[in-house]
Design a protein around this ligand. Sequence first.
Ligand code: PEP
Ligand code: MG
Length: 565
Amino acid sequence: MNRIMHGVPAAGGIAIGPAFVYRPEMPEIPEGPVDDIPAEQARLLAAIAAVDRRLGELEAITAGQAGDTAAEIFEVHRMFLADPAISAKAADMIATEAATAEAAVVAVTGALADEFASIGDDYFAQRAIDVRDIGQQLVRELMGLGAGGLSEVTVPSVVIADDLTPSDTMSLPEGTALAFCTKEGSATSHAAILARSMGIPAIVGLTNLDVSTGTTVGVDGDAGLLYIDPDPEQLAALRKKRGQQVRLLTVAAERASEPAVTTDGHRQEVVANIGSVTDAERAERSGAEGVGLLRTEFLFLDRGTLPTEDEQYEAYRSILEIFGDRPVVVRTLDVGGDKQVPGIDLENELNPFLGRRGIRLTLAEPDLFQTQLRALLRAGVHGNLKIMFPMVATLAEVEAARAAVDTAAATLDGRGAERTASFEVGIMIEVPSAALIAGALAPRLDFFSIGTNDLTQYTLAVDRTNPTVATIGDPLHPAVLRLIQMVVEAAHTHGKWVGMCGEMAGDPLAVPVLLGLGIDEWSMNPPSISIVKDRIRSWSTDAARKVADRCLRASSTAEVRDILT
Ligand code: PEP
Ligand code: MG
């Protein structure tokens, strides 16, 4: 029966095909008691090793198909698997209660997942899903049931499920997933991130989702609409939209490495947001003219200790060498908020997004900061380095961060080490206070880069990890646009350049307003580069300025979106 269901758009695009309804079932668990405790513990360890091997394979496959950021999900799973909070506790339970390894795994992972889920925060809700996923995989391994997941999908299908774990998602044979539709999840859930990296549409939050396997469905990932058994008219409309999108994408992809020049001849610099050396190679192939944001957190993940100066130097050097003369903006460590890294003990804070985050943390940990700055200045010899500080709110932080760079340079000179003397220093504009005093900050800096993800969160008081307020946190709100305007004007008055590296820079809809506001550099995830360049090529700066003026005068996000669509 023909029906249309509304959900939350999580990854754009159109797909039409048969539904594959996925309902994983947990096998019945043998309860024990077991007689041979050491043998049962050995079985547990063997299962952990086998699942770790499989996750390592999935990590490599995901890195190849969807990039490093997507593959990090499996890195996190492997960290949990290695964590004594799971392995040692389960082994203890086998010893003290003569429990089977299966029962111990279910109890320990279930308790940990419940603990995460009870925190009531989107980040920890995702970790609860991760831990349950690991528990299921261990039980299947212990019972000799293999990986399970979606490996039985044989024809290209729209995968429908209550929720999808990363291992479910990546167990799909390559090319068989046309789209993902789930009852649960938010636009930041793993399935959504993987869908975006794989370039397939996804809709989440489809409550009352009720479809049978084999039914034809249509997915409009841009509008968040699922058409069940679409009628011929709906099918024709979906096919037409898909055809237009494919044509646009193909034309854009063919010209990805050409510059983005407006119709009146103004060239825009389009660069990439990256998070690793592999990302740098992919970005280069996607037409990036440099890097506008290197998130250095990757160097600090998946390890128990902090990376040394030499380890950091090697990684930064590799990335700078890939881009040669082209700019590479490296952001100093940005942890705190929802981001944790092993080796740095963050205190429990009631409001971590308003706590010791970004530059506040690195200024409070001079050893950590100096090590990173020395590695950067040494690596800067091999490319076009720009150092950028995150989460700056005050002029005092700018002064302190600049002084820290001078100290690192003096230490290297004292050592007689080779280092760059020609590099730029800038900050991210993510806090409204920094936007409002941009005129006072600009003389002390070479550039600004606007981080709209955080700027939106702090301007509209919307926790970026909380799905229940996600629709309020829209960077196209006129308040955010006015802050961007102030920053651009302040920078240009002082002869400095201004970029944008928040997600907004990669949104094709935002192109005219950003062009009209006058940003100089656009930094985005590599898959968006070709399409944004193409949109820039279709505008004149004059026409874009008129659009920006109208948007600035609007009184709501809805009004701005109306102007832009
Ligand atoms: C931002 O806040 O816009 C940004 C690019 O930084 P991150 O998303 O890493 O916080
Ligand atoms: Mg940020």
